[in-house]
Design a protein around this ligand. Structure first.
Ligand code: MRU
Length: 347
C-alpha cells in the first residue's frame, strides 16, 4: 500500500503519528485539512508531503465552486499558498505545488478540464516518485557491500515517500539484491521517527536492525563497527549542503572524524539550486511540547515549568558529505558542478 494515494475522490494517508502501535488510513476531502495533516505530521518526509500537497490542490479544485478558469485559478492559487505554509524546510512541498499550478495555468478550455488536469498531474507526480525512488535505490545500493553495517537517521522509507523510500529504499534494494546488511537505527528524537517508523518498516522487510539512541552513533563509528551512513534530505543547496532531520549534522561529523562514508539520498526534486548554500535554507522550529512531553517509565521527564527548544532540522556542510545519491546518478565533490549536472539530467 502507498503512504499517500487517491481513492474514491478522496486523499488517503497512513496516519504516521500512531505507528507502530496502530495502523490507520485517514481520508481527506478538503485542502485545509491536508495542510493541517502536513503540519501535524500525519504525513511526513519530504517526498510524501510533496505528493500530499499536490493531491491537496486537486481537492481544492473540487472544493471550488468557480465555473470559470480564472476563478478556479484564483482558488487554486490561494489553496497552494495555504499548503505551502504547512512546513517550511522540505522544498518538495513548494516544488510539487508549483508543478501542479503550472499544469493548471496551461489549461484554458474549461474549469472542469482544469480540475481534471490538476488531479492527473498530482497522480503523475505520485507515480513518478515511486519510479524515481527505485532508480535512486539502484545507484545507492551499488555503494553497499555484502556484510556492511549502516547507520540510518530518521525515517526515509516508504512512509516518507509515496512508496519505497530514499535512503531506506537504498538499504531495501541492497537487501533484495541478497547483500547481508545490518542497520543501526538512530531513534531520532524528539519524534522518534527512527525507533517508531524505520524500525517498523525494517521488521516488514526482514532486514536485521538494532535501535540505538542518537548519542550512541559516535561510539559505533569510532569502534570501527560501521561501514556507511545513509540519510535523506529535506532540502539540498546548490553547493551540496544538506538539510535533514535534526541530529544529522552530529552524525556526519562523527562519520567524517572516523573516515566513514556519509551519503545523503536525494531525489532531484529535493535539490534547491536557487540557494547557493545551506545557511539560506529555512529551518523549522516546532512546538517545544514535542521535547517536553517525553515520558520515562510512565513519568514525564522534564520538570513542570521547564522550557525547551525544538529545532526540527540541521544543515550538514558539504565538506562532510562523501557523495549525494540522486535518481540520475551519484554526485561527488565539488558538488556545485556535479549536482547541477544531475539535476539537469546530463550525467
Ligand atoms: O520531520 P520529518 O519526519 O518530516 O523529517 C523527515 C526527514 O528528515 C527525512 O530524512 C527527509 O524528509 C528525507 S526522506 C524521504
Amino acid at each position: 500500500m502507498r503512504t499517500v494515494f487517491w481513492e474514491n475522490n478522496e486523499l488517503k494517508m497512513i496516519d504516521q503519528r500512531i505507528l507502530p502501535g496502530r495502523f490507520e488510513v485517514l481520508s481527506y476531502r478538503g485542502h485545509k485539512d491536508v495542510a493541517h495533516a502536513i503540519t501535524d505530521m500525519v504525513v511526513r518526509g519530504a517526498p510524501a508531503i510533496g505528493a500530499a500537497a499536490a493531491f491537496g490542490l486537486a481537492l481544492a479544485g473540487f472544493e471550488s465552486a468557480s465555473s470559470s478558469t480564472s476563478g478556479l485559478l484564483a482558488d487554486l492559487g490561494a489553496a497552494s499558498a495555504t499548503l505551502k505554509a504547512a512546513r517550511p524546510t522540505a522544498v518538495n512541498l513548494a516544488w510539487a505545488l508549483d508543478r501542479v499550478m503550472r499544469t493548471a495555468y496551461s489549461v484554458n478550455s474549461s474549469a472542469d478540464d482544469m480540475r481534471a488536469a490538476v488531479l492527473n498531474e498530482a497522480q503523475k507526480l505520485a507515480d513518478e516518485d515511486v519510479e524515481i525512488n527505485k532508480r535512486m535505490a539502484e545507484h545507492g545500493a551499488a555503494l553497499i557491500n555484502d556484510g556492511d553495517t549502516i547507520i540510518h537517521h530518521c525515517n526515509t522509507g516508504a512512509l516518507a515517500t509515496v512508496d519505497w523510500g530514499t535512503a531506506l529504499g537504498v538499504i531495501r534494494t541492497a537487501h533484495e539484491q541478497g547483500k547481508k546488511i545490518h542497520v543501526l537505527v538512530d531513534e531520532t528524537r524528539p519524534r522518534l521517527q527512527g525507533a517508531r517508523l524505520t524500525a517498523w518498516e525494517l521488521e516488514q522487510y526482514g532486514i536485521p536492525y538494532e535501535i540505538i539512541s542518537d548519542n550512541t552513533a559516535g561510539y559505533f563509528l569510532k569502534a570501527g563497527k560501521v561501514q556507511k551512513c545513509f540519510v535523506g534530505s529535506d532540502r539540498t543547496a546548490a553547493n551540496g549542503d544538506v538539510a535533514n532531520k535534526i541530529g544529522t549534522y552530529m552524525l556526519a561529523l562523527a562519520a567524517f572524524d572516523n573516515g566513514v562514508p556519509f551519503y545523503p539520498v536525494v531525489p532531484t526534486s529535493t535539490v534547491d539550486l536557487s540557494l547557493a548554500h545551506g545557511n539560506l535554507i529555512p529551518i523549522e522550529e516546532r512546538n517545544p511540547q514535542e521535547v517536553l512531553g517525553l515520558e520515562f517509565e510512565g513519568q514525564r521527564v522534564a520538570p513542570k515549568n521547564a522550557k525547551a527548544r525544538n529545532i526540527a532540522f540541521d544543515v550538514t556542510p558539504n565538506r562532510l558529505v562523501t557523495g549525494i545519491v540522486t535518481e540520475n546518478g551519484v554526485a561527488y565533490p565539488p558538488f556545485e558542478a556535479s549536482l547541477k549536472k544531475l539535476v539537469e539530467n546530463k550525467p
